[in-house]
Design a protein around this ligand. Structure first.
Ligand SMILES: [Zn+2]
Length: 336
């Protein structure tokens, strides 16, 4: 496959979504047909996918080497070549992390310029993990730094908890998606689909907390006591613990899922860890992403906003036995 051909054919350079998974995931084969691509996390991605390619695996794949998180990667040129040999849909740089600084823009600007230069040189996408406060509070400055670099941008949002719960981050992401050409949002939750509706080309959605955003060692992730499975609820557009869902069901709520694999059964069954919730989550996220991405381009944003508003309105209804308050990200989208 010539480089020129793979550029022209890059599936993930046009409105699309992938699941963001580690190379060791046992769900690669299940996830691939439900999305436009897979994004494989970590340095071992290309080797793992090459092995699968030998067995006939044909899906479009991106590789996030997590160099921005200090993972040990070969030099950029070698890392890009490894991805090419694994049939990457397009190649990504190892990546840099943009720490928050409310006064100094020079460091960030220098980091982005040098990343862009390497990206252009290697014909790859730059990878910028960015403290979510840049998106929320310095939106215009960040936009100015990222647009006009001449290289596609893959962005990862960093925060201790949900980066899109950071004040201004939802609005900031929309702003960036509208103005930065060839923007992808990787290692995110379904909020990345929101970015796609406003002009980003690709969203890579993770299934676990650690794969739905990036956190530096200085950012303290929230640790939850409830160890039951996490479930993505399509009609509430958020993740909930199976323990909570089972509680609502016990109180009389109708918490069933009509999608393949669940086929109308109650989600309360995932309280039993022997019942694997991952297939439910894959189908629920893919159903949402397909509904939005499958809409006519000029209707995508409106479709997404309607979904968010409808979901937000389902919380706290009289007689509703589920969660009472939507989380800040959903409120953020619903109020845009
Ligand atoms: Zn389901």
């Amino acid at each position: 496959m010539s480089t020129l051909f793979s550029r022209a054919a890059a599936r993930t350079s046009n409105t699309s979504f992938s699941f963001y998974l580690p190379p060791t995931s046992k769900y690669l084969h299940a996830a691939a047909p439900l999305a436009d691509a897979l994004t494989i996390a970590g340095p071992k991605g290309p080797a793992a996918i090459r092995k699968l390619r030998d067995e006939g695996f044909a899906s479009a794949v991106l590789f996030d080497g997590v160099g921005y998180g200090g993972r040990d990667l070969p030099p950029a040129a070698v890392w890009v070549e490894e991805q090419r040999r694994a049939g990457a849909d397009r190649e990504l740089l190892p990546g840099v992390f943009l720490p928050w600084d409310k006064e100094d823009f020079t460091t960030a600007s220098t980091l982005i310029s040098s990343e862009a230069m390497v990206a252009r040189d290697l014909g790859a996408s730059m990878v910028i993990a960015v403290d979510a406060r840049w998106v929320g509070k310095r939106t215009e400055e960040l936009t100015d730094m990222l647009r006009g670099t001449g290289a596609p941008v893959a962005m990862i949002l960093a925060a201790g908890g949900d980066p899109l719960a950071v004040r201004g981050a939802v609005r900031g992401l929309r702003w960036l998606a509208t103005r930065v050409p060839n923007l992808s949002v990787l290692r995110c939750d379904h909020g990345a689909i929101g970015a796609v509706t406003f002009g980003a080309v690709h969203a890579a959605i993770g299934l676990t907390t650690g794969n739905r955003h990036f956190a530096t060692s200085g950012m303290r992730p929230h640790k939850l006591a409830d160890p039951t499975a996490r479930l993505f609820l399509r009609n509430l557009l958020d993740w909930f613990r199976a323990g909570d869902v089972a509680g609502w069901a016990a109180a009389g709520a109708d918490i069933t899922c009509p999608l393949p694999g669940c086929d109308g059964h109650s989600l309360a069954r995932f309280l039993d860890r022997d019942n694997d919730a991952v297939l439910h989550n894959l189908h629920a996220l893919a159903d949402f992403a397909d509904w939005i991405i499958g809409a006519e381009p000029e209707e995508r944003a409106a479709t997404f906003m309607t979904e968010c508003r409808d979901a937000a309105q389902r919380y706290g209804l009289a007689g509703f036995k589920g969660p009472e308050e939507p989380k800040p990200q959903l409120t953020g989208w619903a109020l845009l």
